[in-house]
Design a binder for this molecule. Structure first.
Ligand SMILES: NC(=O)c1ccc[n+]([C@@H]2O[C@H](COP(=O)([O-])OP(=O)(O)OC[C@H]3O[C@@H](n4cnc5c(N)ncnc54)[C@H](OP(=O)(O)O)[C@@H]3O)[C@@H](O)[C@H]2O)c1
Length: 169
C-alpha cells in the first residue's frame, strides 16, 4: 500500500484560515485533488475536515470514494461508504485492499500520520498567497521527517505541485 498525503497550502504552509476559510484555493487545485482521490478510490480525513468537506457542493464528485473519518468517537456517518476509525493505523487497516490511499487533512490528522511514520509520499499544491495566521499543514505534534524531492508539476501559471517521498527509517 502506498500512502500519499495530498494538501493545498499557502506559500507559508497554511491549509485554512482560523475560521476554516479555504476560498483562496483555486478551482484547478480542487480538480487536481479530486482526480487524485477518484483515481485512488479512497480517502482518509480527520473529523473536522469531514464535517466541512461533506458540506461543499464539489464533494458530490467524491460520492463513490471509500472515505474513512478518523475520530476518537463513534458517530453516524453520512453514507454507508463512509467509515469511522479511531486511529491512523486503524484507518489504513480498513483500506488494506487499496493499492493507493490518500490522506488529506486537516493539520491535526496529517501530523498524526507523519508522527507515526505512516506516509510514503507527500503532494503539496502551493497556492500563490501568504496568510498571516491560520491552521498549519502539520499541527500540534513534535516530529521530524526527512524528505526526498521527487519533482514538481505546474497546476496553473501561478501554482505548482511539489512531490516528495518520505524517508522512512
Ligand atoms: N488546504 C487543504 O488542502 C485542506 C485539506 C483538508 C482540510 N483542510 C482544512 O483543515 C481544517 C481542519 O483541520 P484541523 O487540523 O482543525 O482538524 P482535522 O485534522 O481535520 O480533524 C481533527 C480531528 O480528527 C480526529 N483525529 C485527528 N487525529 C486523530 C488521531 N490520531 N486519533 C483519533 N482521532 C484523530 C479528532 O477528532 P475527534 O475530536 O472527533 O476525536 C480531531 O479532533 C479545516 O479548516 C479544513 O477545511 C484544508
Amino acid at each position: 500500500m502506498n500512502v500519499m498525503l495530498y494538501m493545498a497550502i499557502s506559500a507559508n504552509g497554511i491549509i485554512a484560515k482560523n475560521d476554516d476559510d479555504t476560498g483562496w484555493i483555486s478551482k484547478e487545485e480542487w480538480n487536481s485533488y479530486s482526480a487524485a482521490v477518484r483515481a485512488a478510490g479512497c480517502l482518509i480525513v480527520g473529523r473536522r475536515t469531514y464535517n466541512i468537506l461533506t458540506k461543499q457542493p464539489e464533494f458530490s464528485e467524491l460520492k463513490d470514494v471509500k472515505l474513512v473519518v478518523v475520530s476518537h468517537e463513534d458517530f453516524k456517518t453520512l453514507a454507508p461508504n463512509h467509515l469511522v476509525a479511531h486511529s491512523p493505523k486503524d484507518a489504513l487497516a480498513l483500506l488494506k485492499d487499496f493499492k493507493e490511499v490518500i490522506v488529506a487533512g486537516g493539520g491535526i490528522l496529517n501530523a498524526s500520520f507523519l508522527a507515526e511514520n505512516l506516509v510514503d509520499e507527500i503532494y503539496l499544491d502551493v497556492e500563490p498567497i501568504v496568510l498571516g495566521d491560520g491552521i498549519p499543514v502539520f499541527k500540534n505534534k513534535d516530529f521530524e521527517r526527512k524528505l526526498k524531492f521527487i519533482g514538481y508539476k505546474q497546476i496553473t501559471e501561478n501554482e505548482i505541485q511539489l512531490h516528495y517521498r518520505v524517508i522512512r527509517d
